[in-house]
Design a protein around this ligand. Structure first.
Ligand SMILES: [Zn+2]
Length: 257
């Protein structure tokens, strides 16, 4: 299983990265499973560097905030009118309300649903996509949001590995349960200690580090850092609370599990 960072800028796209979008792939039995986690602003164009959009097996949405979903409109155009179109409907998993969000985004009532086959994500109801098993956990954000615990074949063929993506969340039981013992925790860290005091929205670097420690994960990758926030500062915060390896996501980087 491998994680390709397509876009990792937090809250808005930035000068060096699109908004949230991650490609998870796994090879088994001669077939590659490809799942996209979120599709934020600017991410569709960047995705073309790493995959043919029609080859995706599914798109999963952690929640419906704009910085995680707006490029669904671009994927819609590609699937309906791009090379080889029309393509079969793309399975799209998201929180309740995903269908209406699509219609609003695409701007054509009902037509907006044409490129997608929508499914509703429910907490603790596992989703099987190819060789990947995905368990959603409800997390703490101003609107319904999920972390995804993804289990799939190891890249070197030695058993299975677990990747956990927090989506957007503050510290909560759900995200701790999702992350338990993960081989890699891809954690948002949008806030800075001492600057962003509001709670219930995002993690700081320190809170992401504390989560990694509490959940006893093997490694931590920080993401969703806005362009106005220092990546070094957020990483340093995380290192005060977690003793394992800490990376900061960058577009185009692949993590093999
Ligand atoms: Zn959000």
């Amino acid at each position: 299983m491998r994680l390709v960072v397509v876009g990792c800028s937090g809250s808005v796209s930035g000068p060096d990265s699109a908004s949230s979008c991650y490609l998870v792939q796994a090879d088994e039995g001669g077939r590659t499973t490809s799942v996209l986690l979120d599709l934020g602003s600017g991410a569709f164009g960047q995705l073309l560097r790493y995959a043919q959009p029609e080859d995706l097996d599914a798109v999963l949405l952690s929640h419906l905030h704009a910085d995680h979903v707006v490029d669904l409109a671009s994927l819609d155009v590609y699937l309906r009118y791009g090379p080889g179109a029309p393509h079969p409907r793309m399975p799209l998993w998201g929180p309740e309300g995903t269908g209406q969000r699509l219609v609003d985004l695409v701007g054509e009532p009902e037509e907006g649903l044409c490129a997608y086959e929508t499914h509703t994500v429910a907490a603790r109801e596992p989703i099987r996509i190819g060789s990947l098993q995905i368990e959603p956990f409800a997390v703490l954000h101003p609107l319904p949001a999920f972390a995804f615990r993804i289990t799939g074949p190891a890249e070197d063929g030695s058993g299975t590995r677990t990747l956990v993506y927090t989506g957007d969340t503050d510290s909560c039981e759900g995200v701790t349960a999702a992350a338990a013992g993960a081989d890699l925790l891809l954690s948002e860290a949008a806030f800075e200690e001492g600057r962003d005091e509001v709670r219930g929205i995002h993690l700081t670097g320190r809170r992401a580090g504390a989560l990694a420690t509490e959940a006893a994960v093997e490694r931590l990758v920080l993401t969703h850092i806005p362009p106005w926030t220092s990546r070094e500062k957020v990483r340093a915060e995380a290192c005060t609370a977690y003793g394992g390896p800490v990376d900061v996501a960058q577009p185009g980087v692949t993590f093999a599990l």
